[in-house]
Write a protein that binds this ligand. Structure first.
Ligand SMILES: C[S@@+](CC[C@H](N)C(=O)[O-])C[C@H]1O[C@@H](n2cnc3c(N)ncnc32)[C@H](O)[C@@H]1O
Length: 282
């Protein structure tokens, strides 16, 4: 199968039941199936319809203001969902399915890994692929600080200057919450391997032998470079490297471009959507 086959090509090679399960799992993980039941809390102060007289009364009476999710933003992976287990949207999840299914069906040796998992949704889908295909050897590596983004080290990594997201509470999801999310889908077992801590501490000596799919989603230059340096050499020939933030975060793009240039990697990069990309290791 050529490298440039469109996403979903591998899914067509699955039997209908496996395909239906994985499609359903992906749509649950984004909450696209239940978007009409998902509500955003809006602060009364942010409500354009409220007046200075009305707001205190509503507050005193315990009113809450909510609004519906935007289906397009969710599908494109442009919002931070209130309940969904992943924020990466439909096209990037489909790309994960495509790469993982291709890796197994083509017999590319190695586990699956994501560096930067948030609530774990993408890695839950990776584990779902193994379940759907009856694949019993591979593991899914789930690497995160489980306490959000690091304070950027702008001196060493100037591309991260001004990108201090370390205080963003919604990005802090602890390891027990991620395990509980796997459990909810019946996919938590010993083949789900959490690597807890900063990538620079956990990844260089992680007991990962080979990877067939490596997915990077750490936003920053340092996070992307640390993950690439430690894990890209362990990707098998024919395996996939996926980068979530290449189009959306110049810091991430700079790390990927620097890494590829320094290692002489010149295989083409394929776009998934407005931000995600992937390439296949020769
Ligand atoms: C955008 S979120 C990942 C979204 C996720 N892939 C999904 O499917 O929704 C970025 C994650 O990267 C983690 N992260 C970023 N830099 C890190 C680093 N250097 N070490 C450990 N975790 C990091 C954060 O804790 C956060 O959970």
């Amino acid at each position: 199968m050529p490298d440039t086959d469109p996403p979903r090509a591998a899914m067509q090679r699955l039997d209908p039941a496996a395909r239906a399960y994985l499609d359903l799992l992906a749509r649950c993980l984004t909450r696209e199936l239940f978007l009409d039941q998902e509500w955003w809390d809006v602060g009364l102060d942010d409500w354009p319809g409220g007046s200075e007289q009305v707001r205190p009364v509503l507050r005193e009476q315990g009113w809450r203001l909510v609004r519906r999710g935007d289906p397009q933003a969710r599908a494109e992976g442009r919002d931070w969902p209130p309940t969904a287990e992943t924020m990466i949207g439909t096209a990037r999840l489909d790309n994960v399915l495509d790469c993982c299914v291709r890796a197994v069906l083509d017999g590319i040796p190695g586990d699956f890994a994501e560096t930067g998992v948030w609530r774990g949704g993408t890695t839950i889908l990776m584990r779902g692929v193994l379940a759907a295909l009856g694949e019993e050897q591979r593991s899914v590596w789930v690497a995160d600080s489980f306490e959000g983004l690091p304070v950027p080290d702008a001196e060493q990594y100037p591309a991260d200057d001004g990108l201090d997201w370390s205080h963003v509470e919604v990005l802090k999801v602890d390891a027990d919450a991620v395990r509980a999310n796997f459990e909810r889908y019946g996919l938590l077992d010993e083949r789900v391997r959490l690597l807890e801590g900063w990538f620079c501490d956990t990844l260089p000596d992680a007991p990962i032998e080979r990877l067939s799919v490596l997915r990077l989603d750490g936003d920053l230059y340092q996070s992307t470079m640390d993950a690439l340096t430690a894990l890209e050499p362990r990707v098998s020939s024919g395996g996939f490297v996926i980068v979530d933030d290449y189009g959306g975060w110049p810091s991430c793009r700079a790390a990927v471009d620097d890494y590829r240039r320094d290692r002489g990697i010149d295989v083409p990069i394929h776009a998934v959507d407005w931000t995600g990309v992937w390439w296949r290791k020769p």
